[in-house]
Ligand binder design. Structure first.
Ligand code: ZN
Length: 463
């Protein structure tokens, strides 16, 4: 099992760590807490090497979880059934089961999907042809559509609308500072393109580059540059405001306007909609904008970095489409009732308020999904997989290294289309800040125990 982890996260194991790993594997194969204790005692014998804090952390984690397995195994087995019969969930029927929840999620997802599709159709029909960015079919992204969002009722359904240049224009992606990897950023320069030879000239469609004075729609052809750009670069804030205006105009044209009250919420980099049904249930929808890199699943996204102020012409590289595709494809291959999303949901819930991000946990789960045999994600291996995730996190903290899933990772499934440069890139360390600062590492390791306690609480008491 841990060989898989090792392969998945590309650890640089030294000899000492290797020996410990072997002990660890032997220990796990025996599956008795007594041996866990013995092994821990051995590491603390006088005269042996100085006890390693990180190793202790791992032992501690393994012991607690394993003891938990033995003492409270029955409770854990019933974790799902208890959750599924909680009468308060969603304020709906007393017999609300996990199946019902999944159906609700599927229903709401379909509502959001249809709504965004209908809005895009209505907007496209009422825009002057070809003079604004062309809105492509919206794509599902984010934790709700991937099926592990921990927020339940206040979940935000995110959809990414790819933008293509209209006829007569091209988008040139200009890479910004490469030091910001993995949040690489780009500027999208909008240029006029010669269409003299690529289409039949007509009065309405003369080449904008070579016949600007003859083009009757010259004012219109400036629309893209004037409305959506700043100094010829596609502007996120302007694009968001323009789209919000289009949505307000198009709302009365879509059938959903008879069933929902819609409010456009303030946002400078997306279009956030709150829909309220007649029964006062709310849906939060966020439409993001994207520019595709070639024909790959990697986009530039309008979603700004939460931690930094970015110019409105800076588009961040986003892996959201590739990640959604990854989870969608995994869902077809894992066993029935696979617990991989449940595991991720649990960790997304318990890392709140800690120094670990949900993206860290998501990355670990994605690595494990491509290294552990998929049959191992069935319900009866629930605890083992939770242990794997905790163990993997501990190893990553210990080594100050967690590789980004899409950078130079040969385990990325082939159906995920990556730009060639990304497939061959050097692995990128998401824990670079930990690697560079021992204090940060110590703090992160300190919070590991806290995370473990939270996991126990959640499994025992459900909160
Ligand atoms: Zn031309």
């Amino acid at each position: 099992m841990f060989q898989c982890l090792q392969a998945g996260i590309h650890h640089e194991w030294d000899e000492e760590t290797h020996q410990r790993k072997q002990q660890r594997e032997e220990m796990l194969s025996q599956e008795t807490p007594q041996q866990l204790q013995e092994l821990e005692q051995e590491t603390q014998k006088p005269g042996t090497e100085e006890p390693d804090f990180y190793w202790e952390a791992w032992i501690f984690a393994a012991m607690v979880i394993w003891w938990f397995c033995i003492v409270a195994g029955v409770l854990i087995v019933h974790y799902f059934s208890r959750k599924s019969h909680d009468p308060d969930r969603n304020g709906e029927s007393e017999n609300n089961s996990s199946g019902d929840e999944e159906q609700n999620l599927a229903y709401r997802s379909q509502v959001v999907n249809d709504l965004v599709d209908d809005l895009l159709c209505a907007i496209r029909e009422h825009l002057p042809k070809s003079f604004y960015a062309v809105l492509q079919t919206a794509m599902k992204v984010g934790s709700v559509f991937e099926g592990w969002d921990p927020h339940e009722d206040d979940a935000v359904y995110q959809m990414l609308v790819p933008l293509k240049p209209p006829c007569g224009y091209t988008f040139h992606l200009e890479l910004g500072s490469t030091e910001d990897i993995p949040e690489r950023n780009f500027s999208v320069r909008v240029q006029l393109e010669c269409t003299c030879t690529t289409e039949q000239p007509s009065k309405e469609r003369l080449c904008l580059l070579h016949n600007p004075e003859k083009n009757l729609s010259r004012n219109e052809h400036l629309s893209l540059l004037n409305t959506l750009c700043t100094r010829s670069y596609l502007d996120i804030h302007k694009t968001a405001l323009w789209f919000q205006k289009q949505v307000r105009s198009a709302w009365v044209l879509v059938p959903q306007s008879h069933h929902y009250n819609m409010v456009v919420l303030p946002s400078s980099c997306s279009c956030k909609l709150r829909l309220t049904s007649s029964s006062m249930r709310s849906l939060l929808v966020e439409v993001l904008f994207g520019v595709q890199q070639g024909d790959s699943d990697i986009f530039l996204s309008s979603q700004s970095s939460e931690t930094a102020f970015n110019p409105s012409t800076m588009w961040l590289e986003s892996y959201a489409v590739a990640e959604f595709k990854f989870f969608r494809n995994m869902a077809l291959r894992v066993p029935y009732n696979s617990i991989h999303l449940k595991c991720l949901q649990i960790f997304a819930r318990i890392v709140v308020g800690t120094c670990y991000s949900t993206y860290t946990m998501k990355t670990i789960v994605m690595h494990l999904l491509t290294t552990i045999p998929l049959s191992g994600w069935c319900r009866r291996h629930f605890l083992l997989r939770l242990m794997d995730i905790m163990g993997c996190l501990c190893c990553c903290l210990e080594n100050a290294r967690l590789n980004h899933f899409f950078f130079g990772n040969e385990n990325v499934p082939e159906e995920i289309i990556l730009p060639p440069a990304l497939r061959t890139a050097k692995p990128f360390n998401l824990f670079q800040h930990i690697e560079e600062d021992p204090d940060t590492q110590a703090e992160a390791l300190g919070q590991y125990h806290f995370l473990l306690e939270r996991l126990q609480m959640l499994l025992f008491y459900g909160h």
